[in-house]
Design a protein around this ligand. Structure first.
Ligand SMILES: [Zn+2]
Length: 148
């Protein structure tokens, strides 16, 4: 294992001195590159967080384990983006929303593979993964939501 941390999108995870995969966003996206939706489960209280957080928002514990989450949820809220940041300009207009995953966490993300006028609150969504990794930093494999 390399001693240097990497920000490249790859199967190299950023680990602590004991080899544990750290609960940070780079590692979350490295799992996405493997087609896995992973969250952090607090060992103290069982709260599941996705994207991962180093400290439990519920009990402030820093003891955690990675858990694979079901890629299913329901749309809680969404908005249509007409004037996006530069890197997403070709996609506009597009929808971003927050899905309440079946496993509990609320995950924000882009909603694709559906006409914008057919998006409804409460609709069942599935997490899927982009196959193209952006050329510019951050070179992360991204996830998105699509109708289940
Ligand atoms: Zn906790």
């Amino acid at each position: 294992m390399s001693k240097t941390m990497t920000r490249e999108a790859s199967k190299d995870f950023v680990r602590d001195a004991h080899g544990e995969i750290l609960p940070i966003i780079e590692n979350f996206y490295s799992y996405c590159a493997e087609g896995k939706l992973m969250g952090i489960k607090c060992v103290g209280c069982g709260q599941i967080m996705c994207p991962p957080r180093a400290i439990c928002r519920n009990c402030l514990s820093d003891k955690y384990e990675w858990v694979e989450l079901k890629e299913r949820g329901k749309l809680v809220t969404y908005t249509i983006i007409y004037f996006p940041p530069t890197q997403f300009q070709l996609l506009a207009p597009y929808a971003v929303g927050i899905s309440k995953l079946d496993d509990g966490p609320h995950l924000p993300g882009m909603i694709k593979n559906v006409k914008l006028e057919e998006i409804t609150i409460g609709m069942p969504l599935r997490v899927d993964y982009e196959t193209v990794i952006p050329k510019d930093w951050p070179r992360w494999a991204r996830y998105f939501f699509k109708p289940a």
